[in-house]
Design a protein around this ligand. Sequence first.
Ligand SMILES: Cc1cc2nc3c(=O)[nH]c(=O)nc-3n(C[C@H](O)[C@H](O)[C@H](O)COP(=O)(O)OP(=O)(O)OC[C@H]3O[C@@H](n4cnc5c(N)ncnc54)[C@H](O)[C@@H]3O)c2cc1C
Length: 470
Amino acid sequence: MGRKKQLAPDQHRHHAMEMLKATISGEVFVPGEAGYDQARQAWNLAVDQRPAVVVVAESAADVAEAVRYARSHRMRIAPQGTGHQAGPLEPLDGAMLLRTSRMRGVRIDPAAGTARAEAGAVWRDVTVPAGQHGLAGLAGSSPNVGVTGYTLGGGVGWLARRYGLAANSVTAAELVTPDGDRVRADADHEPDLFWAIRGGGGSVGVVTALEMQLYPVGELYAGDLFFPIQRTAEVLGAWRAWTDTVPDEVTSIGRIMRFPPLPEVPEPMRGRAFAMVEAACLGDAGTGAELTEPLRQLGPELDTFAMIPPSALGQLHMDPDQPVPNASDGAFLTDFPAAAIEALVAVAGPGADTPLASVEVRHLGGALARPAPGDLPQPTIGPSHLTFSAGATPTPELATAVRRDAQAATDALAAWHASYDYFDLVETPAPASAVLPPDSYRRLQEIKSSYDPDQMIISTHPVWPARVGA
Ligand SMILES: Cc1cc2nc3c(=O)[nH]c(=O)nc-3n(C[C@H](O)[C@H](O)[C@H](O)COP(=O)(O)OP(=O)(O)OC[C@H]3O[C@@H](n4cnc5c(N)ncnc54)[C@H](O)[C@@H]3O)c2cc1C
């Protein structure tokens, strides 16, 4: 009997890749193949991801097959939905980029007031059907941001001061572990995984679906007030004082915004710069108008406040609705007093010549500052404010200038920085220890050591397994 012919390593890999392609219902691309460039493209067009293979999964079963393939070939895996936060990822050379972008199924259970979203769903996929039942999810400013990445890192949205971090409303997650096993993590199963995914990021497995609590919100009073940028110091000062008076039902942002002179920008804003206040107020129109009256007294040039369904909150912040090359920087703040306003105005106010499109400060506190029920990686958010600066980077010169100015805006507020930063809005390659409370990072290290000792999963803000004996 003749001996079985041994395959060379390259042939073996090729054969295994063909098997993977044949097994999954999604698609697999390697460099040089048609479709590879499109499949590896992140939402942030400034990021050039060059993985050894891209798997575009259609289902949890595809994800499990892809993880098993990667494990058997000692390949690391970067799970990704939209690629909104691809900027901080380490280089993907030799790795598998595992896209969940086609897994966008969402099921709303109106009776239970919950949603189940597959890992590739973006917030619009949840907020629109939830709204049809008078329910709201804890979405952030952009309807195009992925539910999974946003929620794994915490998720500070328009209802945050009333209902807390999105992560704290997760009731279950379905995952594929780095060993390739499909598991459900909830209050009764996989306690470590259930803890880790609710605000500790995506380092312990590949999420295939999340279940979350929704909240009864038929309509709410929300909008933007626009003032000429020359009034920035006055407007931010008045907004800051106002935030001390509002109930948890009000979540708001003080902002400096520069609109490009492009035809798609509405005429009143085109090519102009503004100081702004954006706010969402839970309650009826009368209460909302009364609450926002002190700001209206300032005499805004434009006032868009109205009763809107929660699904329309996605328009409030005017985030780009198409992928753009961009750079940004953000930090938690312990306060935003007059001296901080002055410092921010010096680098981003009317006298500044900057390509930053947006420099914002979000008001936290409320439910965010109170211990959330249960055991969580970000149980309370102590910092009172969150700053974030961003700009488009279509040329290398603009990329340099935007990065420099975003950093300058963060640095200008250094005296008020908290001891760690906000997971979801740090766009530089920082470890998870820089964006989580120290105790949570240590616990995450233990969990990482037991579920992913080989460091197979590449995640935004990585967790390095605790060293034995360390
Ligand atoms: C325009 C814009 C507006 C934003 N507004 C807000 C806001 O209002 N509030 C806020 O809190 N944040 C906000 N963010 C930040 C946003 O929450 C993060 O960028 C978030 O990570 C995006 O999630 P994603 O799934 O779209 O991104 P991705 O880049 O696809 O994912 C980010 C990371 O999440 C992890 N991940 C994603 N999917 C999986 C998975 N299936 N399994 C395991 N890990 C996974 C990975 O580590 C991945 O690198 C905003 C960002 C942008 C660009």
